[in-house]
Design a protein around this ligand. Structure first.
Ligand code: NDP
Ligand code: OXD
Length: 309
């Protein structure tokens, strides 16, 4: 039994060390050094080359190195008869909550405007409402959205969330489904997108959606670049319908040098680092699941391809 680690651009050593910390007897191979492919039973992957996973004849389970699985689903040859497990681990969950709290506070406290005033050496006391008077809306109340929502409730914000099916979360006003979207948007002064990328969620952050938000709302998108119709953002900012945006993900990554978002001071940009899977805690999640599987128990966090996440 061997586990194949595939992640372009990531250093392999911390992962080999962490996987072997939790499973000293596990043989870890790193792409492209496959060796005898018939010995590979598990893969832990981020954006594997198309067709690679299909070429492993005895693969039992595919583990996604990330919470999202669009990087696997885009492989037309992904072996869907094998379970695909998405990553849920504290590094991602707490990292994302940090990012969401930071971004919501930045928009709530008008950080971009204060920074502009500082550059002009102007002392101007812009009004900032209480957090309890600020309505934040989180699209996606799963592992990441749910945790971030609870943290914002803890800071006193008036938080709502929107999910596919009905949900109950302490202190959070919950909406769901296409029928709940309008009422959810109408109250979201700061809109955070933590949806997975699916056929239904692609392009959901568009002019039609922005028009349903309160005027001057802010957008925070750490979900996926394709959630946002990028050509709709600057017109919404120019018209005043949106006041600002924090974007961590983009249709094309890295964001091309000549992209208009770079030079727009109303847009705060981070390079897809809102949350990162940590080797030690991420490996533990994988090894725990392998041990569960090997002892005949059900795997946790298996992707349901019929709903796309
Ligand atoms: P989950 O699968 O745990 O949660 C997804 C949530 O979205 C669920 O609440 C689900 O509803 C809801 N949802 C899905 N489809 C719809 C729909 N059509 N309409 C309404 N709600 C919908 O995912 P995670 O929270 O773990 O991760 C979310 C995403 O965050 C990832 O897929 C990834 O794209 C992104 N991400 C980005 C990172 C970054 O660094 N920028 C890092 C990690 C993740 P329900 O509860 O009813 O199923
Ligand atoms: C993820 C990501 O999906 O980092 O985990 O984007």
């Amino acid at each position: 039994m061997a586990l194949l680690f595939v992640c372009e651009g990531e250093r392999n050593e911390p992962w080999i060390e962490a996987l072997n910390h939790h499973a000293p007897d596990l043989e870890v191979r790193c792409y492209p050094d496959l060796g005898d492919t018939s010995e590979i039973t598990y893969a832990l992957a981020w954006k594997p080359p198309a067709g690679l996973l299909k070429s492993l004849p005895n693969l039992k389970v595919v583990f996604s190195l990330g919470a999202g699985i669009d990087h696997l689903a885009s492989d037309p040859e992904l072996p869907k008869d094998r379970p695909v497990v998405r990553m849920i681990e504290p590094g991602l969950t707490y990292g994302m909550t940090d990012y969401v709290v930071m971004s919501v506070l930045a928009h709530h406290r008008r950080l971009v405007e204060f920074l502009a005033l500082q550059r002009e050496r102007r002392w101007e006391m812009l009004f900032v409402p209480l957090s309890s008077d600020r309505r934040v809306g989180i699209m996606g109340l799963g592992e990441l959205g749910g945790h971030a929502a609870q943290a914002l409730v803890g800071l006193g914000f008036d938080v709502a969330g929107w999910s596919r099916g009905p949900k109950e979360l302490s202190g959070v006003t919950c909406y769901h489904g296409p029928d709940g979207l309008g009422a959810f948007l109408a109250r979201s002064e700061i809109l955070v997108c933590l949806l997975p990328m699916t056929e239904r969620t692609q392009g959901i952050l568009c002019a039609e959606t922005f028009a349903q938000l309160p005027r001057g709302a802010a957008l925070v998108n750490p979900g996926r670049g394709k959630h946002l119709v990028e050509t709709d953002l600057i017109p919404a900012l120019d018209s005043g319908q949106l006041s600002g945006a924090s974007l961590d993900v983009f249709e094309t990554e890295p964001l091309p040098e000549d992209h208009p978002f770079w030079s727009d001071s109303r847009i705060l940009i981070t390079p897809h680092i809102a949350a990162i899977t940590m080797p030690m805690t991420g490996s533990k999640a994988v090894i725990d699941n392998i041990q569960r599987y090997e002892s005949g128990q059900n795997l946790e966090n298996v992707v349901d391809f019929s709903r796309g996440y």
